[in-house]
Every structure is written in structure tokens, then in C-alpha cells.
Design a protein around this ligand. Structure first.
Ligand SMILES: [Zn+2]
Length: 56
């Protein structure tokens, strides 16, 4: 991880630090903040095929 300990944990997707968001979730590929979770959830609902293509 490139994040420095002094700044705490950092979202792997938008780059925001733990202090800048409501919460950070630990995932298999890194950390994700609540804002990105909401964004991805909306994208999943709107365009499920687009996400599936990225993961493949
Ligand atoms: Zn984020």
C-alpha cells in the first residue's frame, strides 16, 4: 500500500482518506469509501453490463 500511516486509510477508488468520508470498507482489492459504494451501487442498477465487462 502506498498510503502513509500518518494519513490513515485511503479509498482505493477515489483516493479520499478515512477522515474525509463517513466510513471506509475493506474489500478484497483494497479499501472503498461509502461514497464510492453508493456510486457503484447506482451504476450497477443503471448499467449492470458495463460493470460486468470491467471485471472480466
Ligand atoms: Zn471512495
Amino acid at each position: 500500500m502506498l498510503a502513509r500511516d500518518n494519513f490513515g486509510k485511503q479509498c482505493s477508488f477515489c483516493g479520499k482518506f478515512e477522515q474525509q468520508v463517513r466510513c471506509l470498507l475493506v474489500g478484497e482489492r483494497g479499501l472503498i469509501c461509502n461514497e464510492c459504494v453508493q456510486r457503484f451501487h447506482q451504476t450497477l442498477v443503471a448499467k449492470p453490463t458495463a460493470i460486468r465487462r470491467e471485471e472480466t
